[in-house]
Design a protein around this ligand. Structure first.
Ligand code: HEC
Length: 150
């Protein structure tokens, strides 16, 4: 008879721990791009970008260009280190993604990044702007080279 309450307490504590772990994970950047990831699971990456990989060589020069473009177009929201903590992103919902964790996710591919940066969040109404008009595809690839160095 003494065992029952002990067991319930144990279950209660384990659920609290589980909830805490889920929240901690969200805080680290899972929350931000949930809509994007749901969209991809439903529709996949549009054909225009599917299967593409970065044709730009990883040279000092290309990286420097990528860095310069990143600081011009991305830092305001994603922050200089890519943590998603830029001044213009603070009031957005969803918040700008933590790109330093994005590039370490198994689902992050070159075509995912190219599609995301080109088309932004237009299809599912997030504040991520589409850059296909403002930046050439070649230059977007240079930004992508740089994202892996954040
Ligand atoms: C006006 C703010 C803003 C600017 C500027 C901006 N972003 Fe974003 N970005 C967002 C927001 C908000 C999200 C999260 C919602 C989404 O995924 O659409 C996001 C998401 C992303 C994602 C998806 C990450 C993931 O894990 O799903 C990538 C990649 C990205 N941005 C790259 C860039 C790059 C590169 C630039 C510069 C060329 C840039 N962003 C400029 C607001 C911005």
């Amino acid at each position: 008879m003494l065992k029952r309450p002990f067991l319930s307490l144990l279950i209660f504590i384990s659920s609290l721990t589980a909830v805490y772990l889920v929240y901690a994970q969200m805080g680290r950047g899972m929350m931000q791009s949930m809509v994007r990831h749901h969209y991809i699971m439903r529709y996949g990456i549009s054909e225009k970008y599917r299967g593409k990989s970065n044709p730009i060589a990883l040279t000092e020069e290309n990286l420097a260009k990528g860095k310069q473009l990143y600081s011009t177009f991305c830092t305001a929201c994603h922050g200089s280190k890519g943590y998603g903590d830029g001044p213009a992103g603070k009031s957005l919902n969803p918040r700008p993604a933590n790109l330093s964790s994005t590039v370490n996710q198994p689902m992050t591919t070159d075509s995912f990044l190219l599609w995301t940066i080109s088309e932004g969040g237009t299809a599912f109404k997030t504040a991520m702007p589409p850059f296909k008009e403002a930046i050439s595809e070649e230059d977007i690839w240079k930004i992508i080279l740089y994202l892996y160095k954040l």
